[in-house]
Design a binder for this molecule. Structure first.
Ligand SMILES: [Zn+2]
Length: 165
């Protein structure tokens, strides 16, 4: 398994645990060349989790995309990377218990919110405010783009505050 940062093939496993309700093994790896940490999954080859978009199109569930939206909502909040990974794991576990079912894309957002609420109120409100528009738009990519725009606006505001006048 090549390191996503430096392309080296040497790495060591620093953590191994069951995921997707025991249907997968998740491994945290550390590159022995550059020290980067990355995650690999081992699955029994099966039908992937699929997402049913409002348009009727079906696409494979994209864990990275969902995690990215959660990371943006949790920016500068006291939510650990571990908590975020765990949140996505829980959702994947729920899905894998309903094997062969296509998950409506709007359901993804509500599942994230259910889990984000108890973790951090601010992250929850950020996610929820964008999620309302997401339901109307019905397209997950638009949702992710909007979360990125919120982050950019926040960043801009911070920079303005920090500028010496
Ligand atoms: Zn590396």
């Amino acid at each position: 398994m090549r390191c996503p940062e430096c392309d080296a093939t040497e790495n060591r496993v620093v953590d191994t645990r069951a995921s997707r309700g025991g249907r997968a093994v998740r491994r945290r790896r550390e590159c022995t060349v550059c020290g980067a940490r990355f995650t690999t999954y081992e699955y029994v080859e099966e039908r992937p989790i699929q997402v049913l978009k409002r348009s009727g199109a079906i696409e494979d569930f994209d864990r990275t995309k969902l995690l990215r939206s959660v990371k943006i909502a949790c920016a500068k909040r006291p939510v650990s990377a571990h908590d975020m990974e765990r949140l996505i794991d829980d959702i994947e576990d729920d899905f894998s218990r309903q094997a062969g079912v296509e998950i409506p894309s709007v359901t993804l957002g509500s599942l994230v919110m259910q889990r984000l609420g108890p973790l951090d109120r601010v992250a929850y409100v950020r996610y929820a405010s964008v999620y309302r528009n997401f339901q109307e738009a019905g397209e997950f990519q638009e949702f992710v783009d909007e979360m990125a725009a919120v982050e950019a606006r926040d960043e801009q505001r911070r920079n303005q505050v920090e500028l010496p006048i």
